[in-house]
Design a protein around this ligand. Structure first.
Ligand code: UT7
Length: 312
């Protein structure tokens, strides 16, 4: 079975950094509350940048870093809940901006925070049917545009950013993917397109309970499918929603906490962008080396969940 390999990555964050103290000037909150409940210390918010700017920059960096000629792409997929426009899609705007080939599918996927994982598996399907060697996947969000800055329960959690990956089929090495969904409009709800202004509502405790079940579930499924043991995994790269969720999951799995990459302290929850941003940081820091086994796992709006186990 052909697996998937991440050939290169890129990321882009808006210039403006907003600290917890900055947030405490908007709503009744504190650095102490936000950091102790979530691990978040700062996030980036768009000022002049658009979601398309972030997606474009992250994608361009991934293509350049991998020295990938866009003519080798068989698809461009953007995972997002905050495209600048419903049409053209974020992926079509990217196609135009980066001059990607015109004879390939370019489309968005709305799978909340699980979007990047779903996109990886869809890209694999498209690669299997194509003569071309690469697919471009981007997770890009401008969540500050749909955040209710009077709701302290949600506005301190989210951040803007984009991460991109160029992926290709892998001949050897383990590969497995698991995806799931359970329709639920109470846990996380984002209005629009429609008469209501888009705005995130969330039952935080419900999502927390869901996440600490969904993540270990994905890990177990992927290990079973590949015949690997927990100790064989070099890195777990979970969606960066809350440090307490990740710590809880590591403990539940009896896996060393140091193997779970965390960067929510710098970026907050960037939804579909969080996993590719983490992968790009890890690659840049030399934490990811070829041959290592990496397990990425996402969960979020829908509700949706998904995990992928691949060799770096
Ligand atoms: O990517 C999508 C996935 N989303 C998630 O993974 C979110 C998962 N859930 C969570 O991360 C947590 O549930 C939150 C961080 C959202 C909330 O933490 P919590 O420990 O579940 O807090 P809570 O909602 O139970 O609220 C506890 C208290 C409440 O006050 P009372 O009723 O006890 O007086 C809230 O009003 O904390 C209050 N509170 C705040 N206080 C200061 C809620 N937000 C804030 C705030 N600052 N920002």
């Amino acid at each position: 079975m052909k697996g998937l390999k991440i050939a290169s990555t890129g990321r882009a964050l808006p210039a403006r950094v907003v600290t917890n103290d900055d947030m405490s000037r908007l709503v009744e909150t504190s650095d102490e509350w936000i950091a102790s409940r979530t691990g978040i210390r700062a996030r980036h918010f768009c000022e002049r940048e658009t979601q398309t700017d972030l997606a474009g920059l992250a994608a361009q960096r991934a293509l350049e870093r991998g020295k990938v000629d866009p003519r080798g792409l068989c698809a461009c997929i953007v995972a997002t809940v905050t495209p600048d426009t419903s049409a053209p899609t974020s992926a079509c705007l990217l196609q135009q901006r980066l001059g990607l080939p015109e004879d390939i599918p370019c489309f968005d996927m709305n799978v909340g925070c699980t979007g990047f994982i779903y996109a990886l598996q869809v890209a694999r399907g498209l690669l299997l049917q194509s003569e071309r060697p690469y697919a471009l996947i981007v997770g890009a969000e401008a969540l500050s545009r749909i955040t209710d800055f009077t709701d302290r329960g949600t506005c301190v959690l989210f951040g803007d950013g984009a991460g991109a990956a160029v992926v290709t089929l892998a001949e050897g090495g383990p590969y497995a993917c698991t995806l799931g969904a359970r329709g639920d409009a109470e846990a996380i709800f984002i209005a629009g397109p429609g008469p209501q202004p888009p705005c995130i509502r969330m039952d935080g405790q419900k999502v927390f309970r869901f996440a600490v079940e969904a993540v270990p579930h994905c890990v177990h499924v992927l290990l079973e499918e590949t015949g690997l043991a927990l100790e064989d995994i070099d890195w777990f790269v979970p969606h960066q929603a809350n440090k307490r969720i990740i710590d809880h999951v590591a403990k539940k799995l009896k896996a060393p906490n140091e193997k779970f990459y965390q960067n929510m302290m710098r970026y907050g929850n960037t939804s579909a962008a969080s996993i590719p941003i983490a992968l790009d940081e890890m690659a840049e820091q030399g934490l990811l080396r070829r041959g290592q086994k990496v397990l990425c796992v996402g969960f979020g709006a829908g509700l949706t969940w998904g995990g992928v186990l691949l060799e770096w």
